[in-house]
Design a protein around this ligand. Structure first.
Ligand SMILES: [Fe+2]
Length: 150
């Protein structure tokens, strides 16, 4: 799942390049995993994404109401519509993917963009030619909840 991480160094933005470089350099030491399984979006999706929780119930820095980590997607991958009780904030670090929430149409969010997803708002993203690396922040009373699909 980390095969595409080196490539994110070439598609970061001026405000995110230094952080992306640090993440790429430290990638092997970070606790990457997956929060979906093949029954959710299929085996092809599983091979094309990874996430890493740095702060939260699973992360090396324990927290019970806030979770924060990284999300990595391979190029040409669709993260289908999903929703969850947790309020979410994404900061795009690298890659120009298309993002959508609620009734919005897909729109490109460049590196540096901040996207807010209120509780239970359906949201999705699709990657084009570039991989996508984003920081995510979840706020909820139940940080172990699994997203609902659709
Ligand atoms: Fe989400």
């Amino acid at each position: 799942m980390l095969d595409w991480l080196p490539q994110t160094r070439g598609c970061a933005g001026p405000g995110t390049q230094a952080l992306v470089e640090r993440i790429a350099a430290a990638a092997d030491t970070l606790p990457w995993g997956q929060n979906y399984d093949a029954s959710d979006f299929g085996a092809a999706f599983q091979a094309r994404y990874g996430f890493m929780e740095l702060i939260g119930p699973r992360g090396p820095l324990a927290a019970s109401e806030i979770a924060c980590g990284l999300l990595l997607f391979a190029p040409e991958t669709e993260y289908p519509q999903h929703r969850h009780e947790a309020e979410e904030l994404y900061v795009v670090l690298a890659g120009r993917a298309e993002w959508r929430a609620g009734d919005e149409s897909y729109a490109v969010a460049p590196p540096g963009a901040v996207l807010h997803r209120p509780s239970w708002i359906p949201h999705a993203m699709r990657m084009g030619a570039e991989p996508m690396l984003a920081l995510y922040l979840w706020r909820s009373g139940d940080l172990m909840q699994k997203s609902e699909i659709g």
